[in-house]
Design a protein around this ligand. Sequence first.
Ligand code: NAP
Ligand code: ZN
Length: 348
Amino acid sequence: MRTTTAWQGTGQSTTLQRASIERRDLRDDDIAVRIDYCGVCHSDLHALHGMTGKPTAGMVPGHEFTGTVTAVGPAVTGFTPGDRVAAGTIVDSCGECAMCRIGQENFCYQGATVTYGGADRIDGTTTLGAYSREYVLRAKFAYLLPEGLDPAAAAPLMCAGITMWEPLRAAGIGAGSQVAVAGLGGLGHLGVKLAAALGAEVTVLSRTPDKAEDARKLGAAALLVTTDEAQMKEAFGRFDLILDTIAAVHDLSPLLRLLAMEGTLSVLGAPLETKVRLMDLTFGRKNLSSSGTGGTKHTAELLTFAAEHNIAADVEVLPSAQVQEALGRLEKGDVRYRFVLDMSDLDS
Ligand code: NAP
Ligand code: ZN
């Protein structure tokens, strides 16, 4: 076993404490990564609050990280110690089902092994996330970080970014598309950048006009205030795709009304369960969809696209010891637009 340092849940809401944790010895197809940066995702908050129903004591959050390879197993090709790498929400999958065969391991029929709170496929232990200094994972689920991408700003591509990228690609978004992004947070701001880079006209749907200036800087044509009935009415029937990243339970009807004929509402944030009025889909043959992070095929594609278009997150980097501050401020919506923890302080 390898010992490393992590920020670990105490079971008391979002309180984390510094602790020593074990990582497995390298299997043949594993790499060990010294984690340099890890993004703070709203899913980490949901998990710490027990929204997924699991106890949080002992959990280590964190599922979008970049770092440096420190060791490789004997069967690993494509990585050598010293390489800069990125990894996201999935660290293993069956590799054999129809989903794995097409590079959509996020939908593995046997269930992908998620980066934290998952069950290791071989020894059954619970995975511990990347709010830590080291991670050991199958090389297949790590990606060389393209030249030119800043490792701190690139970390959020691995969850927030790919969660936006898969539905954008699935909907065939390109020049002439009308895309809206509901909720301008960690996911949303990357959604705006990626959709704009694909050639779409992008509109942000936000609760207040406060982020209008930011929305334009990120590449949106406009910001529409969802609490303003007149603005919502004017946008009726406009969008081909709405990426809904709202991190709280909300009514989908107002968003469905904004879709064009056969448009798609992709609900990516909370709620996990919701009520839908089918009549909101009937008129205009609209689609209600969802997505969950991404598989290896699209993740590799996203990293290439991000490097080509110089896209990464707008980040506030904090020493990892300030993780509690990051979680507290994220909960209040006080971040523009992603906290990233610098893990180097875990060495001292
Ligand atoms: P975030 O940075 O907190 O952004 C969420 C945004 O939602 C906020 O900026 C805010 O936008 C809006 N919002 C928050 N509370 C709201 C409320 N009560 N009513 C209406 N709008 C509200 O969170 P994130 O990290 O981007 O994550 C967003 C959601 O996606 C979370 O629920 C997260 O768990 C989920 N997620 C899903 C996947 C997946 O694979 N499907 C992956 C990652 C995250 P405005 O201020 O602009 O209104
Ligand atoms: Zn996430």
